[in-house]
Design a protein around this ligand. Structure first.
Ligand code: ATP
Length: 312
């Protein structure tokens, strides 16, 4: 009987996992009002990820025909590398993430994963290959164990603990009233923003996707938590192709490439050192340089950068 129900169960949970990703994505990308506009083409094949390289080729996109959200965006993330998106609010960073997850089809240009146009593959296969870590993760009113295990329902207990350790949340969980059996979520133990993000990291590590979309939390964290998050993130993104909306200096500095997005365009790009060097040669002028200076000032003053940490 188990054998009979096994696959069915697996499918059900897997389906819920996809839905959950939707919930997270919806929250992260504020898509509540949006209808799902994207359909699989007849005869669409599964995406085959061999390397996990991502190419945006002359991407244009508009939500509204009178305003373009993205204009001719091109960049490449080679296998296993990290590209950080920075820039002012409304510049188009989230839109870039949404397009890679194919919440919308591009207006012009192509997005390729290992050479395959993402419009030509099954959405389910695309989304299976992409892990999403939103700013604010939705937790089920279930045990903490359930919430992590959800990333891969076939994972063993040992694998769950291993993922939690890599995400720097294992020790914290052992200190919860009932350890891994502690109920969390709205009706259970309320976790801080930093804890929730580490749960999302553990879940994603269990899912083990080749590509990661990360919307970094903006909240100011204490030094210990900041270091734990940094460590968890570097465990997760190591050897995975990563596109991150970056708010933390450590993430930005460690990125292989930084794209400064403003008014739907890439206005500056390069590594941290290259961008700073270029700005210094220009007498201290540059979008990135100014942002970086401001961030340094904010962080040294311990100013809260975004929303408050701690409310769940
Ligand atoms: P933030 O840092 O504030 O999250 P962002 O750089 O991620 O900003 P986007 O959210 O990608 O910027 O927005 C890019 C542009 O698209 C903005 O002008 C925004 O108003 C517009 N936009 C975003 N989402 C929608 C939507 N669902 N419908 C219509 N316009 C949208």
């Amino acid at each position: 009987i188990n054998q009979l129900y096994g696959p069915l169960n697996w499918f059900g949970t897997y389906y819920r996992m996809i839905q959950q990703n939707f919930i997270d994505m919806e929250k992260m990308l504020s898509l509540f009002k949006e209808q799902q506009s994207v359909q699989d083409l007849p005869g669409a094949k599964d995406l085959k990820v061999t390397e996990g390289s991502v190419i945006f080729e002359n991407i244009g996109f508009s939500y509204d025909p009178r305003n373009s959200a993205l204009k001719d965006i091109s960049f490449e993330i080679p296998k296993g590398k990290t590209v950080a998106l920075v820039g002012p609010s409304g510049g188009g960073k989230s839109t870039i993430l949404r397009l890679l997850f194919r919440f919308y089809d591009v207006g012009s240009g192509r997005i390729l994963i290992d050479g395959q146009d993402i419009r030509l593959v099954k959405q389910e296969s695309l989304r299976r290959s992409i892990g999403v870590v939103p700013q604010d993760t939705v937790l089920f009113n279930e045990t903490i164990y359930y919430n992590i295990h959800y990333g891969n329902v076939n994972a063993s207990e040992e694998e769950v603990y291993k993922a939690a350790k890599a995400a720097q949340i294992h020790d914290r969980i052992l200190n919860f009233p009932d350890g891994y059996e502690t109920r969390v979520g709205e009706r259970g133990l309320r976790l801080s923003g930093g804890e929730k993000q580490r749960v999302a990291i553990a879940r994603t590590m269990l899912k083990d996707p080749p590509i990661i979309l990360l919307d970094e939390a903006t909240s100011a964290l204490d030094t210990t938590t900041e270091r734990q998050i940094q460590y968890a993130l570097s465990n997760m993104t190591k050897d995975r192709t990563t596109l991150v909306i970056a708010h933390r200096l450590s993430t930005i500095i460690n990125a292989d490439l930084i794209l400064c997005i403003k008014d739907g365009q890439v206005v500056e790009q390069g590594s941290h050192d290259e961008l700073i060097q270029k700005a210094i040669e220009n007498g201290g002028e540059g979008v990135y340089y100014e942002m970086w200076q401001k961030q340094l000032r904010d962080e040294s003053e311990g100013k809260i950068i975004g929303e408050n940490e701690g409310s769940s």
